[in-house]
Design a binder for this molecule. Sequence first.
Ligand code: GDP
Ligand code: MG
Length: 289
Amino acid sequence: MKAGFVSIFGKPNAGKSTLLNALLGEKLAIVSPKVQTTRHRIKGILTQPGYQVIFSDTPGIIEPKYKLHEKMMHAVKGSLEDADLALLLVAADDRLEESDEIFSSLRLKAPAIVVLNKIDAVSAASLEAAIRFFKEKDYCKEVMAISALHRQHIDELLNKVLEYMPEGEPFFEEDNISDLSTRFFVAELVRERIYTLYEQEIPYETTVLVASFEEKTTLTKIRAEIIVQRESQKAIILGEGGKMIKRLGTEARGAIEEFFGRKVFLELFVKVRPKWRDNENFLKEYGYQ
Ligand code: GDP
Ligand code: MG
């Protein structure tokens, strides 16, 4: 039996959450075209005959501007500590030097594979150049090329990962796919819809808290609070005559029903909490430890 921990690092938008979902074959991590969608360390547990691999998706590596960002980078550091293997994810169509700088500064203890993602978005020549660029870096054991979105070369990557896993007994029961709570996933699915429905600063200044969660016989009743920083943002979340929040509610409910495979009744409320992103107490209450 093999069992071990694998952490996925990289710049915002490299495709880390998409890769976690592709590896697990389940949608655990929310994904959006906007940066800073992932705010927590999300563990996905893959248990198969002969092995268990615990993958950690992490927030993209950024310079912290708010306490929220500090908590996010804390999640990255936590993932650095216990990894048996690091997957350093790079969007092949992005500036490679920026990723190289970040990877050099990580002070990795574990061996690292550089994974070039989004191979569907670059020419064969620039992919070759990217492979050559990373192959000679000190932190890089080897380079793999994938498309997380199109699930290309995911099996090869998984086989490679297994070569690096230590012998050992599983850490989690085999039917666990994550260490995070149901409430967490519900809040994340609402947050994902906020990233796609609202523009400008709204997604970055908003968080979601599941205030109550009740399993009834025919459906699950959920009350979620959307936290914003200003009254004007509350008005934007609601939209004219409540049009936007209604759409948000409908889309989020659909996603939650798909996740649970059962009917959901979802109530959304908007609360204004000035500067919650810089307030230790609010951050704690909203699950950013
Ligand atoms: P993260 O910030 O690193 O977690 O990145 P996400 O997983 O949220 O993905 C960021 C964006 O890149 C999303 O719009 C994804 O659909 C997109 N993306 C991820 N993998 C691929 C890929 O293989 N090819 C292309 N073209 N886009 C991808
Ligand atoms: Mg992410």
